[in-house]
Design a protein around this ligand. Structure first.
Ligand SMILES: C[S@@+](CC[C@H](N)C(=O)[O-])C[C@H]1O[C@@H](n2cnc3c(N)ncnc32)[C@H](O)[C@@H]1O
Length: 255
């Protein structure tokens, strides 16, 4: 499944009240939103026809989230779907996640692009390939280690994989508290040590299986003020049953 087809289905089934996109470029993924949407990109050039109430910001995600009211553009509505597809460097993608989660609803979903590079060259921090994932794959390793409270699902989409994250906790400070320590371990010089599990797409989940697991319907049915703790008891068993728990514990990815 192509990543845009997956995202289209997530929009349909989740029906988010507000959407955040970091990295807009031509607007192809932003065009899938029909709700209030915020698009952030220092160099967008929109070709796609946009639906919904879209606020575009020609700036970096770091600058945007340094503003006093990042939710002003949605009139205070927390994000219920975020797509992180901006600068493909580990620390930028991780910061994007920290800010996106802080301004999301606990019933929201955050999706990263480019977490499954197909070769080491594509994963280089110093870009030298046409298709480029950079070292965004590192966020998968970090979230598994530092945020076991989250459900982190790598998805076998084309061309370079997606990562769906649910069970969000906007109050969590774990990643901020450990940020320097995380950078010291996970921001590594090229050539990138991409685990074979990632290159070979072992233990990743077929996108259709995730879409049909009922996770999105469960989230969509939650009250808007549900907390992470309130959601966890219904989310965890559903995931164990429908997705299988194998992909949740992948020592090869965290080593
Ligand atoms: C891969 S493209 C996005 C593609 C788009 N999401 C889609 O699927 O059609 C990445 C975009 O990220 C933008 N970008 C680069 N650095 C950024 C940053 N610091 N903050 C936000 N966007 C950034 C680039 O200008 C580029 O347009």
């Amino acid at each position: 499944m192509r990543y845009l087809d997956f995202l289209r289905t997530v929009h349909e089934r989740l029906a988010p009240k507000a959407y955040l996109e970091i990295g807009v470029r031509n607007g192809n993924s932003l065009a899938l939103a029909s709700c209030r949407a915020v698009g952030i990109d220092p160099a967008f050039a929109i070709h796609a026809e946009l639906d919904g109430e879209v606020a575009l910001f020609r700036t970096t995600s770091d600058e945007y989230f340094s503003r006093p009211e990042p939710l002003a553009a949605t009139r205070g509505q927390r994000f219920e779907l975020c797509f992180i597809d901006g600068l493909h460097l580990f620390e930028f993608a991780l910061r994007d996640f920290i800010f996106a989660e802080r301004h999301s609803s606990a019933r929201g979903v955050i999706v990263f692009d480019d977490v499954l590079p197909r070769n080491v060259a594509e994963a280089a921090r110093e870009r030298h390939t046409h298709q480029w994932t950079g070292d965004v794959f590192g966020v998968l390793q970090v979230l598994e280690r530092y945020r076991p409270d989250l459900l982190v699902v790598p998805l076998d989409t084309e061309p370079t994989g997606l990562l769906a994250v649910v069970g969000l906790d906007p109050e969590s400070t774990v990643l901020v508290d450990h940020f320097e320590e995380i950078l010291a371990e996970f921001r590594r010089p090229d050539p990138q040590p991409v685990p074979g599990e990632i290159l070979d797409r072992i233990s990743v989940v077929a996108p259709g299986r995730f879409l049909d697991a009922g996770v999105l319907e469960l989230l969509a049915g939650q009250p808007s003020d549900v907390s992470a703790a309130g959601l966890a008891p219904s989310l965890r068993p559903l995931v164990g049953e429908r997705l299988g728990s194998g992909f949740l514990t992948r020592p090869g990815l965290t080593g």
